[in-house]
Design a protein around this ligand. Structure first.
Ligand code: G3I
Length: 448
């Protein structure tokens, strides 16, 4: 189903915080028994990842690597894959520190996000004063060489980083790369796709969290344009560096959902939130919940492990204190990740079976409750008996289905949806805007 900005459920972070998950006491609570006890394992329960930025020069610190190996299943090199690190002299590539991070991660069974192929900042000296076609070619060669070197080892690349201007313009940031022509971003994406067709290709930026900000709208229009013209973009990264001057916006869910509705994954790529105690924990909880509530939000990465590892350590913005101890923010994130898949106290299933296969046989569609919020709830349907199913989902007024995943959906009326397989298995899901009506939908199955 295609969502428009208007049709997307608008939820405030406050309501998401207040109603995060039925029955889950999130702040400061211990994980429920049976729940996962690490961030990575907890995120995996809903098919997501939980990552961190890693610095190569800290891999010898046993407290650091102990937490890294235990808690995280995705890794981003904090600085070691940037242009100045990987191509210090033109045409001479240097991968030593980046390889240490990639190898450490892969040896531990973790995946890697690549950061970043093209950026106005952290350029090597030789590139900083280049311009015109020589700069364009140097940038494209860099993208090609680095993405090719790591082909097959990168889950997602930040192909272009921070190319939009802050403030009210909603336009591009001025830079030497921008001055090579407005098409430099799509040229970088095409080069990255040609070099590594298996990696997801992301545009990554900061201050794009608030849906009403001009910068957010500018990036949205670019992604919309890229999708309409077939420019190879798979994901949008939201850096998510928050503090009191730039707090988590109340419309964060809306932002993530609206980008996802363009047909891209969304990822929270550099999360840190300055503060402490329950206030910080609540904000982390809200960000985590916002990601969990968007089917195409595939994972969260925090920008460092301990507060002392942070690029802004004085703001104590991370999940572990300087001694490596778990903070309240850690517990709040872990509990939200766990509650994303735990059955709530009222969770049960309902089943309707229909057979329309003349040769016999039939199928069973089983509905199960998902997450619940003040204005909407998720449901999942698992089909058994056939891979060739047609499931009818009927909601009752004023309910509306506002999002679907893992299915190809068509609409018989505003209240009746027909769901078919889309190659993602036999479990699909949807979000219902309930309008005060909490009744479950009815589901029926027939063989296609
Ligand atoms: O390693 C050298 C050290 O040898 C030297 O003595 C010292 C003196 O300045 O510098 C050290 O390098 C610093 C490096 O971090 C490692 O600590 C660089 O100066 C410093 O500029 C660099 O800062 C990084 C910054 O990106 C550069 O733009 C931060 O670690 C890194 O966390 C930060 O990450 C960025 C993302 O890439 C993009 N989004 C924003 C985010 C935060 O700024």
């Amino acid at each position: 189903m295609t969502l428009t900005a208007k049709s997307v459920a608008r939820v405030t972070l406050v309501s998401a915080l207040l109603t995060a998950v039925a029955g889950a006491a999130v702040i400061g609570a211990s994980p429920a028994s049976g729940a996962a006890s690490t961030l990575g394992a907890a995120a995996q329960q809903s098919g997501r990842y939980f990552g961190t930025a890693v610095a190569a020069n800290k891999l010898g610190d046993s407290t650091y690597t102990g937490i890294l190996n235990r808690e995280f299943d995705m890794v981003t090199a904090e600085n070691e894959m940037k242009m100045d690190a990987t191509e210090p002299n033109q045409g001479q590539f240097s991968y030593g520190n980046a390889d240490r991070i990639v190898n450490q991660a892969r040896n531990q069974g973790k995946r890697v996000r690549g950061h970043a192929l093209a950026w106005h900042s952290q350029q090597p000296g030789w590139m900083q004063n280049m311009s015109g076609s020589s700069l364009r070619n140097a940038m494209l060669n860099h993208v090609t060489q680095v993405a090719s070197y790591y082909r097959g080892k990168i889950y997602a690349w930040d192909v272009v980083n921070e190319a939009f201007a802050d403030g009210s313009s909603g336009g591009r940031r001025d830079s030497n790369l921008q001055r090579t022509g407005n098409d430099w971003i799509e040229a970088a994406f095409r080069a990255a796709r040609a070099a590594d067709s298996g990696a997801k290709l992301c545009y990554n930026d900061y201050n794009t969290d608030n849906w009403s900000h001009a910068k957010t709208q500018g990036v949205y229009r670019m992604v919309q344009d890229f999708k309409s013209r077939g420019v190879p973009i798979d994901c949008v990264g939201f850096q998510a560096h928050f503090n009191s001057g730039n707090p988590v916006p109340s419309n964060y869910h809306t932002t993530l959902q609206n980008f996802a509705a363009l047909g891209v994954d969304v990822q929270i790529t550099e999360l840190d939130i300055e503060g402490s105690g329950s206030s910080q924990a609540q904000q982390y909880q809200g960000v985590t919940q916002a990601c969990l509530s968007v089917a195409r939000c595939t994972g969260i990465t925090v920008w460092g492990i301990r507060d002392s590892d942070s690029w802004r350590a004085s703001g104590t913005p991370l999940l572990f204190d300087g001694g490596g101890n778990k903070k309240a923010a850690y517990t709040s994130v872990l509990n939200v990740l766990n509650s994303g898949t735990n059955p709530g106290p009222t969770s049960t299933t309902t089943t309707t079976t229909t057979s329309s296969n003349p040769g016999g046989g039939g199928c069973t569609a089983t509905y199960s409750e998902g997450e619940k919020w003040s204005d909407r709830f998720n449901g999942n349907v698992t089909v058994t008996g056939t891979d060739n199913w047609i499931v009818t989902v009927t909601v009752s007024s004023p309910q509306r289905i506002i999002a679907t995943w893992n299915t190809s959906a068509t609409w018989d009326s505003a209240n009746v949806m027909t769901a078919r397989p889309n190659g993602n298995g036999n479990t699909f899901g949807f979000t219902i805007s309930h309008g005060g009506n909490w009744n479950w939908p009815s589901v029926s199955c027939r063989v296609g």
